[in-house]
Design a protein around this ligand. Structure first.
Ligand code: HEC
Length: 160
């Protein structure tokens, strides 16, 4: 590729990046109603609550802390989509949005397995947010709590 062509390509790329900044991401922090939160419905031990707030709230609450790169397209689209999907599955600050209490309990029962397998928080999130990894003690505390909601296959205590 000659220099002139390379230059045109770079300029073109910059132009595209500039233009896509005008396409907004659906980045919201909906208002929080305390009476709709998980703690208003279910007992959450303080050590578990602390883990949820630190490692899960960015995607499973209405109080997401959006990093600077969440304002830069196309990353912003990806992150907004991830957070909206996370909230749709489970929003600890809007527990009443769960389809029904049974589904809510199933989600709580699943948490142990997800944190133990390292599926939640997702690896890319943990990489970008230092200190959101769960320690072994935290996994045990979360599991002891989560398993009180689990039934059937989710009561499996072995890592899988
Ligand atoms: C970076 C965003 C993000 C973080 C942080 C995060 N999650 Fe998730 N979570 C998601 C997304 C997105 C989904 C939807 C399922 C999927 O696409 O993998 C999900 C799904 C779930 C589900 C539902 C799974 C199902 O099968 O229905 C549970 C339970 C869950 N997460 C728990 C947690 C817990 C507990 C934490 C913290 C320890 C956490 N998540 C942290 C994004 C996140």
């Amino acid at each position: 590729m000659n220099r002139a062509r390379a230059k045109r390509l770079v300029i073109g790329l910059i132009a595209v990046l500039a233009v896509i900044q005008f396409i907004p991401a659906s980045r919201t922090n909906p208002p929080v109603t305390a009476s709709r939160s998980l703690e208003a419905h279910i007992q959450v031990p303080p050590d578990v609550q602390q883990v949820l707030k630190r490692s899960c709230y960015d995607c499973h609450s209405s109080a997401t802390v959006w990093p600077w790169y969440a304002h830069v397209a196309p990353v912003s689209w990806y992150l907004a989509h991830d957070v909206n999907t996370g909230r749709r599955h489970i929003n600890f600050q809007d527990w009443e949005a769960q389809i029904n209490p049974q589904e809510g309990k199933e989600h709580l029962g699943l948490i142990c397995k997800l944190v133990r397998n390292g599926q939640m928080p997702p690896a890319d999130y943990r990489f970008m947010h230092k200190g959101t990894d769960l320690s072994a003690t935290e996994v045990s505390a979360v599991c002891a709590w989560s398993q009180t909601f689990a039934s059937g296959e989710d009561t499996d205590k072995k890592p899988d």
